[in-house]
Write a new protein. Structure first.
Length: 263
C-alpha cells in the first residue's frame, strides 16, 4: 500500500519542474498536497485504482478515501489537491503557449529588422552608384568643355618680333599662304631691322606719295590689295603687315622665302 507514495510525489514534482514559474507555489501548499496524496494512498487497493492515461487531478479524485470516519475532511483535501494539480497543469500549458508566441514574435521582429537593414543597404548602394555615375558624367562634360575651349581659344603670343612672326605664320597657315619663320625673319631684318614703325620717305614710292611702311615695308596699295581678313587694317600693325607682305610675295614670287632683295 505504501508503494504508491513515491509515485504520487514524483507526479507532482515533475509538474513543478516543467516551468520556472511554478516555483511561486508555497512550500506549505506542496507539503499539504503531498500529505493529502500520502493519506489517499493508504487506502487498501489504491495502487490499482488509477489509469496510466489519467491526469494527476483525475488520479487523485479516483482514489478511495481512507478513514471513513473522517471522509468529509479527506474528500475536501482530495478536491483541493486535484484543483491545484489542474491549475498547475493549465498554467504550464498557458505558459508554454505564451513562450511559443513570444519566440515567434522575437523571430518575426529579427526577420523584419534584417529585411529593413538589407533594404537600407540596397538603397545606400544604389544611391552611391548613382552619385558615382553623376560625378563621372560631370567630369566627362567638364573635360569635353575644356577641350573645346582649348581648341577654340586664341593662342597668346608675346608682343615682340618673335611673337609677331609666329602669330603671322598661324594666320598664313589658315589661309594657305606659304612662308617660313626663317624667310620672314630674314626679310624683316633687311627691310626694317625689326622696327614695326619704320617708314621710307626717300624712294620712288615716297615721292609718289605712298611710302613703304612697317616690318616688311609694304606700300598702301599693296597692303590693301593683299590684306588678309582677320588682321588689322593698319600698315603699322606688325602681324597685318607681315601677312599682307607674305601674301603678295606668294602671288608674285611663290613664297616670301624666295625674296632676297627689294620686292
Amino acid at each position: 500500500m505504501l508503494s504508491n507514495i513515491p509515485r504520487s510525489l514524483r507526479s507532482l514534482r515533475s509538474l513543478r519542474l516543467r516551468s520556472p514559474r511554478a516555483t511561486r507555489y508555497s512550500a506549505a501548499g506542496v507539503a499539504a498536497a503531498g500529505a493529502a496524496a500520502m493519506a489517499l494512498t493508504l487506502v487498501p487497493g489504491s495502487a490499482d485504482s488509477g489509469s496510466a492515461d489519467q491526469s494527476p487531478a483525475a488520479k487523485v479524485s479516483s482514489v478511495p478515501t481512507a478513514f471513513t470516519g473522517q471522509s468529509g475532511h479527506a474528500e475536501a483535501q482530495k478536491e483541493g489537491v486535484a484543483k491545484q494539480l489542474d491549475t498547475v497543469r493549465e498554467e504550464i500549458k498557458a505558459e508554454a503557449v505564451a513562450e511559443k508566441k513570444e519566440a515567434k514574435k522575437v523571430a518575426a521582429e529579427k526577420k523584419a529588422q534584417a529585411e529593413k537593414k538589407a533594404e537600407a543597404e540596397k538603397k545606400a548602394e544604389a544611391k552611391a552608384k548613382a552619385e558615382k555615375a553623376r560625378q563621372e558624367k560631370q567630369a566627362a562634360r567638364k573635360a569635353e568643355r575644356a577641350e573645346v575651349e582649348k581648341k577654340s581659344a586664341k593662342p597668346s603670343y608675346p608682343d615682340n618680333l618673335d611673337g609677331w612672326i609666329r602669330e603671322a605664320l598661324a594666320i598664313m597657315d589658315k589661309h594657305d599662304i606659304p612662308g617660313t619663320y626663317e624667310g620672314i625673319h630674314r626679310n624683316i631684318m633687311r627691310e626694317s631691322s625689326g622696327d614695326p614703325r619704320a617708314i621710307n620717305n626717300w624712294d620712288i614710292n615716297a615721292r609718289n606719295g605712298v611710302p613703304s611702311k612697317g616690318l616688311l615695308q609694304v606700300i598702301k596699295p599693296t597692303f590693301d590689295a593683299y590684306h588678309v581678313p582677320g588682321t588689322a587694317w593698319d600698315q603699322y600693325d606688325p602681324v597685318a603687315n607681315i601677312v599682307a607682305a607674305c601674301n603678295y610675295a606668294a602671288d608674285r614670287y611663290g613664297t616670301i622665302d624666295n625674296v632676297d632683295s627689294a620686292y
